[in-house]
Design a protein around this ligand. Structure first.
Ligand code: 5AD
Ligand code: SF4
Ligand code: FES
Length: 346
């Protein structure tokens, strides 16, 4: 065992802070992976305990006006059948999610302007009336729009920064700006949302230095939730022939994130399970404390094709709920009965 690397992990565990070069050192070798994953698991247990928060994911529209090069929902992809759920259907799905015991629903979509502030307020209010926490994941909006969703009762917002490497960001997200994305995250914080962000791992030309910057960005923002996952090349996009991210590297970024943000909510992401059939359980044992099972019904799961090989596309919400309970309890963890807000001492 490399003593220097062990010292870095020890320092992270004690102080929850690291310099960029120390993060790069951890990312640049696999010799300390086991120790890193074990320490992240301990930090998770000490700070957020043994219960796992489940969030029911409703993918309500795969229509997107943006054109991110990595994503299957990009507007130039003519190979997917597009759909959007009507507000009442979304509310019905939320009601079902509640009946399966979920305490939070995550409403996710492409950037679809059909869903005006009025429509979203109607949806949010009706779901809040079910006594569920509501997380939105619907992209970049104005501060006024974010404020309106908050006023309607939205509790949390997920908006991955995707990469903090500005050059990479510019190349992969045409027509979008890094500065505006950061503005969105700051506005969301300011408005009192619990804010989630995260990044893709294994983007073309992404370096360990840039991944280290991503982790420091999460820390700097003091993100309440951080979801990271491998970039999985999609043949219907311009990046279809790239090699993509690995499971191990994604797990490492996630574990280091746990060391630096001890009380954040960190999901074991679906993309990780796509690359490793036991991926979410391994992630839960390496720093994660959240899982977001899909509660979208019917063929919509298949159509929400961000990347190929997405898990659970032929499963029902009931099946996924049972499946995940079995997996979580199988490793001696429990399913949380609360809303699962960040337990931060503010
Ligand atoms: N592989 C993995 N994740 C992807 N996302 C989009 N395209 C891909 C892909 N090809 C992620 C983005 C986005 C989230 C909803 O899905 O990080 O924020
Ligand atoms: Fe649209 Fe999000 Fe996909 Fe970009 S990553 S194309 S904004 S759904
Ligand atoms: Fe969907 Fe296991 S979570 S089948």
């Amino acid at each position: 065992m490399d003593k220097n690397l062990s010292n870095i992990i020890y320092k992270a565990r004690k102080t929850h802070s690291l310099a960029k070069n120390e993060i790069v050192d951890l990312l640049s070798t696999d010799s300390i992976n086991c120790e890193l994953f074990d320490e992240a698991d301990k930090v998770r247990e000490e700070n957020v305990g043994n219960s796992v928060h489940l969030r029911g994911l409703i993918e309500f529209s795969n229509i997107c006006k943006q054109n991110c090069l990595y994503c299957g929902l990009r507007r130039d992809n003519l190979n997917i059948e597009r759909y959007r759920l009507e507000p009442q259907t979304i509310i019905d799905f939320a009601e079902k999610a509640k009946s399966y015991g979920y305490k939070t629903v995550v409403l996710q979509s492409g950037e679809d302007d059909y869903f005006t502030v009025d429509k979203l307020q109607y949806i949010i209010k009706n779901i809040k009336a079910l006594d569920l926490a509501v997380t939105l994941s619907i992209g970049e909006k104005s501060r006024e729009e974010y404020a309106a969703f908050k006023a309607a009762g939205a509790d949390r917002y997920l908006l991955r920064i995707e990469t903090t490497d500005k050059e990479l960001y510019r190349a992969l997200n045409p027509g979008m700006s890094f500065e505006n994305r950061v503005r969105c995250l700051k506005d969301l914080k300011d408005l009192g949302y619990e804010v989630g962000t995260g990044c893709l791992i294994g983007l073309p030309n992404q370096t360990n230095e840039s991944l280290a910057e991503d982790i420091l960005f999460f820390k700097d923002l003091d993100a309440d939730m951080i979801g990271v996952g491998p970039f999985i090349p999609n043949a219907d996009t311009p990046l279809g022939d790239e090699s993509g991210g690995t499971f191990e590297k994604s797990l490492k970024v996630m574990a280091i994130t746990r060391l630096l943000l001890p009380d954040a909510n960190i999901p074991a992401t679906t993309a990780m399970e796509t690359l490793n059939k036991n991926g979410r359980i391994i992630a839960l044992k390496s720093g994660a404390n959240v899982v977001m099972p899909n509660v979208t019904e019917g063929e919509y799961r298949r159509l929400y094709a961000l990347y190929p090989g997405k898990i659970c596309i032929n499963d029902t919400p009931a099946h996924c709920r049972n499946c995940i309970t079995g997996k979580v309890t199988g490793i001696g963890r429990t399913i949380s009965e609360g809303f699962g807000f960040r337990p931060k001492k503010r």
